[in-house]
Design a protein around this ligand. Structure first.
Ligand code: GTQ
Length: 349
């Protein structure tokens, strides 16, 4: 005799599913493999933004709108796999920001963390939490979450930098808040260079102020970074996947400089070909020196020039070649989040 429990496939499934749907119920067995995939399936695709094509469009933006009207005059780098989403990878936001001489990008704050990687022009500055820093090419400048920040420009040529934010992550968590300051510019209460002297000189105050999770070093000057890479290049200790690759650190706790965004600088010596690497992190690269080639498995090699941006979604094997000269690449990624949640998986071939 058959019982109800061992006679499946006896009902009309589609009518049943419609009944379930009306009750806000769904059969997991139709969805399990999509919900719990065998391996990561990013929507983002590898993509290259060539500086020589992007820069003229950015300068046109300079004639289309003022920094003040725009609040931030930025061209968003939007991944072709994430059309309309203002995302460069599944978890990261990137944009190129232009500020013209004398302009102000008004003070605001938000719970998304931001970084600026300075690319072009002299005299641009940003102010964060009462301190101003003038940005030079290759400098990494941090805007910790929920800190007032405004940008300005005392020079006489366009200033352009790469913005990186954890917008998709924060929005996924529905933890986004934004506020506009009542003044365009915040009051400066500290001398320029205060944070670097206090926290970024191999020294820390004996009496530590209370801190957020972001590094209190708010500008990591390229002059210092470059000098370190120069010395490290004399060593033979070159990782076959990463080259000479260093991370920007929060000197207070040894963590990544930004809790959600992993920032690195790497030097690939002339003639260096890295070996395929992949990890669950998604990353954005920008070339600061040289002309490296990036090879993503399954795609044609891409030759990158200075200031070109390249997005590598998670779990895609990729490697770099640096044939004609030394190359230096800055990158930011969601790696700290993978690490902190125990989700980081790497594969080195
Ligand atoms: O400079 O504060 O590219 O709030 C996107 C959002 C830059 C900024 C962006 C922002 C900023």
């Amino acid at each position: 005799m058959t019982t109800e429990s061992n006679t499946p496939n006896t009902i009309e499934r589609s009518a049943y599913y419609a009944e379930l749907s009306a009750l806000q119920l769904a059969p997991l067995w139709e969805r399990l493999k999509g919900l719990v995939p065998t391996d990561p399936r990013p929507n983002a695709v590898p993509y290259h933004w060539a500086w020589n094509l992007v820069r003229p469009q950015l300068l046109t933006a300079g004639r289309a709108i003022t920094a003040e009207e725009a609040e931030r005059r930025v061209l968003v780098l939007e991944n072709p796999g994430l059309e309309g989403k203002s995302q460069i990878t599944d978890t990261l936001y990137a944009g190129l920001q232009l500020i013209m001489p004398g302009e102000v990008a008004p003070a605001h704050r938000h719970t998304q963390s931001a970084l600026r990687f300075m690319l072009e022009g002299v005299g641009g500055f940003t102010a964060v939490s009462g301190e101003k820093t003038t940005m030079h090419r290759g400098d990494l400048v941090l805007t910790p979450y929920w800190t007032w920040h405004d940008h300005g420009h005392d020079g006489d040529e366009p200033v352009i930098w790469l913005d990186g934010l954890d917008v998709p992550l924060v929005n996924f968590l529905k933890a986004g808040f934004r506020e506009e300051h009542q003044a365009n510019r915040q009051v400066l209460s500290k001398p320029e260079g205060d944070s670097l002297a206090r926290f970024g000189s191999g020294l820390l105050p004996v009496v530590m102020p209370s801190m957020s999770g972001t590094s209190p070093v708010f500008n990591y000057p390229y002059a210092r970074t470059r000098e370190a890479l120069d010395v490290l290049q004399r060593s033979t200790d070159i990782d076959k996947h990463l080259g000479i690759c260093m991370r920007y650190v929060n000197p207070v706790n040894g963590d990544w400089a930004i809790p959600t965004l992993g920032t690195t600088i790497r030097l690939l010596p002339k003639g260096f070909n890295s070996t395929f690497y992949r990890s669950t992190e998604s990353a954005v690269f920008v070339v600061i020196e040289g002309e490296p080639t990036v090879i993503v498995e399954g795609s044609a090699p891409v030759v990158l020039g200075p200031n070109d941006v390249f997005a590598v979604p998670g779990w895609l094997r990729h490697r770099f070649e640096s044939s004609s000269s030394d190359s230096i690449l800055f990158s930011f990624s969601d790696r700290p989040v993978h690490e902190k949640l125990g989700l980081l998986r790497e594969e080195r071939s």
